[in-house]
Write a protein that binds this ligand. Structure first.
Ligand SMILES: Cc1ncc(COP(=O)(O)O)c(C=O)c1O
Length: 282
């Protein structure tokens, strides 16, 4: 199966599923979401994704559409039915109601979810980056549907023939348009601390756990664009990208001086994904 979608109890092919015009996602983007990968029809990192999903809903006061173990079951069922490798996405929105800014009363929240086939691909491929001003608000730690600056930055990267945009605020790198950013300098991994300026990435969290296991020192502090240009390696993490290094920033070569550290992290990460899902990445 190529894909399968779910909305409030109904399953249908993704292209056929419709949501009501009065779902608050449609006119306010009033919802929060998660995205994970699956391998051999089994999603990876569900514990971290569901924990963040719950935190995001709590932050914006959206009631759970169902218990988290039931969300887990829906997500797993979609992945199982689609099978192979792919992406699974789910979102909770603040229900279906006429448009007013205040929360609707006595309206249940909605759960939309879908899984689609997509090969994990070559995660050792290096990425090309461009810088973009970080014009976002101070709620970047919440995985909300409101992604306009991220969409604009991602398109700017594409227009420049690059893979990802690096958000820069006051000279400091915050994160990517849909990834977290980190640097390696003199064997140490430096990463922006979790705060309202970045999304607490699940792969960021998992990578820091791997650093602890592999004896790689981690420093959680903001770093500048100049530090990124001068880094031994620039690392990009996200559920779909895994742990990658970058080859250029704004057209100039970067990194490439600690390939062994990148290789150790990536192979430990792949081993983790394969162990947890019980399936080999193709
Ligand atoms: C803005 C932003 N930062 C970071 C990430 C990486 O998060 P994760 O590692 O949980 O995929 C994402 C993922 O979509 C994102 O949208």
């Amino acid at each position: 199966m190529k894909n399968l979608a779910y909305y409030n109890g109904k399953y249908a092919p993704l292209e056929e599923l419709t949501v009501p015009a009065l779902d608050r996602a449609v006119y306010f983007g009033d919802g929060v979401y998660e995205a994970a990968v699956f391998v051999g029809g089994v999603p990876f990192g569900m514990g971290d994704h569901l924990a963040r999903f719950e935190r995001s809903m709590g932050f914006v006061k959206i009631a759970k559409p169902m218990e988290l173990d039931e969300v887990d079951a829906v997500v797993r069922e979609l992945c199982r039915q689609v099978g192979g490798e792919g992406i699974v996405y789910w979102q909770a929105t603040r229900g279906t109601a006429p448009r007013t800014h205040t929360f609707p009363e006595n309206v249940p929240s909605n759960l939309l979810a879908w899984a689609k086939s997509k090969p994990i691909g070559d995660v050792s491929k290096k990425l090309t980056l461009i810088t973009q001003p970080d014009i976002r608000y101070k709620m970047c730690n919440v995985k909300t549907l409101n992604l306009m600056p991220n969409v604009m930055a991602s398109q700017a990267a594409k227009d420049a023939g690059c893979d990802e945009a690096v958000f820069v605020r006051d000279g400091y790198v915050t994160e990517g348009s849909h990834t977290n950013m980190h640097i390696i300098k003199e064997g140490k991994l430096i990463t922006h601390p979790n705060c309202e300026l970045i999304l607490p990435g699940t792969v960021r969290k998992q990578m820091l756990e791997l650093c602890a296991k592999l004896g790689i020192e981690v420093i959680e502090r903001p770093f500048t664009v100049d530090e990124m240009k001068d880094a031994d390696e620039v690392l990009i993490t996200s559920s779909t990208s895994f742990i990658r290094s970058a080859s250029t920033l704004d057209g100039a070569p970067i990194g490439g001086r600690a390939a062994d550290v990148v290789e150790r992290l990536l192979s430990a990460y792949i081993e983790w994904v394969e162990r947890e899902t019980g399936n080999k990445i193709k």
